[in-house]
Design a protein around this ligand. Structure first.
Ligand SMILES: [Zn+2]
Ligand SMILES: [Zn+2]
Length: 127
């Protein structure tokens, strides 16, 4: 009759705020009274509130009261940008229809990427 089974699980945590303004994660599973300071929970395994899969807490999920994994996290702006880029960096057959030179478009995209990624290495030369 092993009693240790209760402790062998991945905590599914919910963040609560104290009157003092401090935050704390509590495990919501039955018979578990695990609690932890959010700062100490970075890099630890937990259960996603959306898909129920385990994942590792990162700096983004630490900001959520009910953390979910990256797979369940979708940013609309990111999706948009990807479609946008695919659209423009396609074949040069459309050159004649376009009023804006392709090189200008590419430069704009590269600048955007550089701004968001903070990585500006290649691509600044004339195309
Ligand atoms: Zn737990
Ligand atoms: Zn998930």
């Amino acid at each position: 009759m092993a009693k240790s089974a209760v402790q062998k699980h991945i905590h599914k945590v919910k963040r609560l705020r104290f009157k003092s303004g401090n935050h704390m994660y509590f495990c919501t599973l039955p018979d578990c009274y695990f609690k932890v300071n959010p700062a100490l929970f970075l890099g630890k395994k937990t259960i996603c509130w959306r898909c129920g899969e385990e994942f590792i807490m990162n700096e983004y999920s630490l900001r959520l009261a009910r953390p979910h994994c990256e797979k369940c996290h979708k940013t609309k702006s990111e999706d948009k940008e990807e479609i946008h880029i695919d659209d423009i960096v396609s074949p040069s057959a459309q050159d004649t229809n376009s009023t804006i030179p392709l090189s200008d478009k590419l430069t704009a995209i590269l600048n955007k990427q550089a701004a968001s990624n903070a990585v500006a290495s290649e691509g600044d030369e004339d195309i």
